[in-house]
Design a protein around this ligand. Structure first.
Ligand SMILES: Nc1ncnc2c1ncn2[C@@H]1O[C@H](COP(=O)(O)OP(=O)(O)OP(=O)(O)O)[C@@H](O)[C@H]1O
Ligand SMILES: [Mg+2]
Length: 272
């Protein structure tokens, strides 16, 4: 299943047990608009039946629509408490100081693509992928120059992760080719040149410490290089800790550190 499909399944399995109290840790992670709507509707029904619901969330716009109280947690204790209307009237600067995402979803400005794509570093030509008889994606072509950022979006199950996995060399496409600086790259070559932060980041953390995770990406890295990199990602205090004690967001940042440490030429973020 795709990330969003798994997320809905996890909720459905808890719902089927009909618990008295629901505790949901980032239930909207991975969900598209329709998935979030479905989840919200279900939570309203649950609330209407008199169940208590505790939700830990980063995506605030949907949760503030039905929460009765919002607790702000910092360094392991509850620092503030808001009613939904108090929460909605937070100014942008207050919200940013608290490190919170927007409450009203942001309008995304997509920049115009300008200039010459002829000499692009990365060229994806007519890429296709099939699972048994199911065509997951077909004839995808795109180009990127050094410094370009390309966003890929779409509904749950649209094929985004499958495409990312093909691009970074974890899956073999069924058709088409991927060129870097004019040269066609095999899967193995792509895993060396391209770095990926997986939607399920636990699948890519293997060592026994945060520091060793960086060394795995580049065994020649010095202590100082590792320390400086971890500092940039606010992870330095965890250098000697096991990656599995990190929070979800910290693990994602560690996976980015790995890609940076490995000197990757293309970064692929398959994020929640
Ligand atoms: N290992 C697998 N075996 C069979 N089918 C799979 C597998 N992984 C994904 N699929 C199916 O392939 C389709 C595309 O999945 P993919 O994970 O690429 O979607 P996605 O766009 O990343 O979705 P999401 O937004 O939920 O992360 C989905 O229908 C999914 O159920
Ligand atoms: Mg996905």
């Amino acid at each position: 299943m795709s990330g969003g499909e798994k997320q809905l399944l996890a909720f459905a399995s808890v719902y089927a047990m009909n618990p008295q109290i629901y505790v949901l840790d980032e239930p909207s992670a991975n969900l598209d608009m329709a998935g979030i709507k479905r989840l919200s509707e279900r939570l309203r029904v649950i609330k209407g039946k008199g169940h208590a619901v505790v939700v830990a969330e980063h995506r605030l716009s949907w949760v503030q629509q039905f929460a009765d109280r919002i607790l702000y947690m910092k360094d392991g204790h509850i620092e503030r408490e808001f009613t939904p209307s108090e929460f909605r009237t937070l100014s942008d600067s207050e919200r940013e100081q608290l490190g919170l995402r927007r409450i009203v979803p942001e309008q995304i400005q997509i920049p115009e693509i300008s200039g010459d794509l002829e000499n692009a570093e990365l060229k994806v030509c007519n890429l296709s992928f099939k699972r048994k008889k199911q065509m997951i994606f077909q004839n995808i072509s795109l180009s990127a120059r050094a410094g370009d950022i390309i966003g890929i979006t779409g509904k749950n199950g649209a094929g985004k992760s499958t495409f990312c996995n093909c691009l970074c060399g974890l899956l073999k496409p069924k058709g088409g080719e991927i060129l870097y600086q004019g040269k066609k790259l095999s899967e193995k070559a792509r895993t060396k040149l391209f770095g990926m932060v997986m939607q399920e980041v636990n699948h890519q953390l293997f060592s026994d410490s945060v520091k060793n995770e960086c060394l795995l990406a580049n065994e020649d890295a010095s202590e100082q290089e590792i320390r400086e990199l971890l500092e940039k990602f606010d992870l330095e205090e965890y250098a000697e800790y096991h990656p599995m004690i990190l929070s979800g967001g910290q693990r994602q940042r560690l996976a980015i550190c790995q890609a940076v440490m490995g000197g990757k030429k293309l970064f692929i973020f398959d994020v929640k």
